[in-house]
Every structure is written in structure tokens, then in C-alpha cells.
Design a protein around this ligand. Structure first.
Ligand code: ADP
Ligand code: MG
Length: 162
């Protein structure tokens, strides 16, 4: 995918209440305005990369890009699981992400346990891949520092591409 690495930033909005948090894998959702900017060659599936909330630390992440059943599968959704334990939810805050690599296409699972196992497998693969030097350097990208030096959040609300 020629669009990778892909940088994206937006406000965290409420998802569709599928109970990801109850599974131990909360996913922070981007608004449609961010999803609509995704380049055409970014297909649905599971990605890994780096993420930061507000001007906080940069953490590893896995992201699911999928067809959104809420809109009868005509729109996509982008859901980021940050591989970090946060003290509190961060709805309304600005999430900055860089998608670095692709793990696998979307698929459906026979059981909840199989789904959870697959996600945990994705998380392990993301952690391993992101430790490669060429991926570690994106953690230090200026993109993540730009939020810290900007006092107004509005200018950061929608920022796709690099
Ligand atoms: P929703 O359907 O609203 O997306 P989830 O159960 O998927 O609900 O929970 C997502 C919310 O959990 C995020 O919007 C964020 O505020 C919070 N959250 C807490 N920890 C994390 C994390 N490690 N990764 C992503 N979101 C997290
Ligand atoms: Mg979610």
C-alpha cells in the first residue's frame, strides 16, 4: 500500500456500543470526517502503528478499518486500540495516529473467544513489528510533537496525510 505510513488525527467520538471495552479491548473511534479522507488504496483490515492522545506519550496501537454496519456497510470506520492502560476514557480528546503496516484482512469469527484470541495475536504482532528500527523512528516523528506546541485544538481536529 503506497499510502503507508499514513498520518491521521481527529477527535475521539462515541462508537457503536459494541462493548469492545467489556472484552478488554476498547477501540477509540474517529468521526466520519476523518474516515472519509482515507486514501483509496487503504483497504479494510487490521493495521498497526503509533498513537498519542492529546499531547501525551506515543504508544503502540492496532487499528481496525471496517465496513460500518450502522451505515449499511456503505461507510468505513476506523477504530484504534492503544496498547496502553489509561486511567480514564478520552472521549472528545484529539487522537493522533500513524498507520505503519498491514496485518491482515477483516474476517468473522465463530466465537467471542476466537475473536479475542485473534486480536491478542494482532497486538503481539504489532508490538514485534514496531520494534524494528524503521518503524521505531516514526514514533519520534514531528507529527506527534506538533500537538504539544499548538494550544488550539481546532486546527488539529482534521488532519490527514502528512
Ligand atoms: P465505543 O463504542 O464508544 O468506541 P469502546 O468500548 O470501544 O466504546 O471504548 C472506547 C473508549 O475507551 C475510547 O473512546 C476511549 O475513550 C476509551 N479507552 C480507554 N483506554 C483505551 C485504549 N487503551 N485504547 C482505546 N480506547 C481506550
Ligand atoms: Mg470503540
Amino acid at each position: 500500500m503506497k499510502s503507508l505510513p499514513y498520518f491521521s488525527r481527529g477527535e475521539v467520538v462515541r462508537g457503536f456500543g459494541r462493548g469492545s471495552k467489556e472484552l478488554g479491548i476498547p477501540t477509540a473511534n474517529f468521526p466520519d470526517s476523518v474516515v472519509e479522507h482515507l486514501p483509496g488504496d487503504i483497504s479494510t483490515g487490521i493495521y498497526y502503528g503509533w498513537a498519542c492522545v492529546g499531547s501525551g506519550d506515543v504508544h503502540k496501537m492496532v487499528m481496525s478499518i471496517g465496513w460500518n454496519p450502522y451505515y449499511k456497510n456503505t461507510k468505513k470506520s476506523m477504530e484504534t486500540h492503544v496498547i496502553h492502560t489509561f486511567k480514564e476514557d478520552f472521549y472528545g480528546q484529539i487522537l493522533s495516529v500513524v498507520m505503519v503496516g498491514y496485518i491482515r484482512p477483516e474476517r468473522s469469527y465463530d466465537s467471542l473467544d476466537a475473536l479475542i484470541a485473534a486480536i491478542n495475536h494482532d497486538i503481539e504482532e504489532a508490538k514485534r513489528n514496531l520494534d524494528l528500527p524503521e518503524h521505531l523512528k516514526l514514533k519520534e516523528d514531528n507529527f506527534f510533537r506538533a500537538t504539544a506546541s499548538t494550544s488550539t485544538t481546532t486546527s488539529n481536529k482534521i488532519m490527514n496525510g502528512h
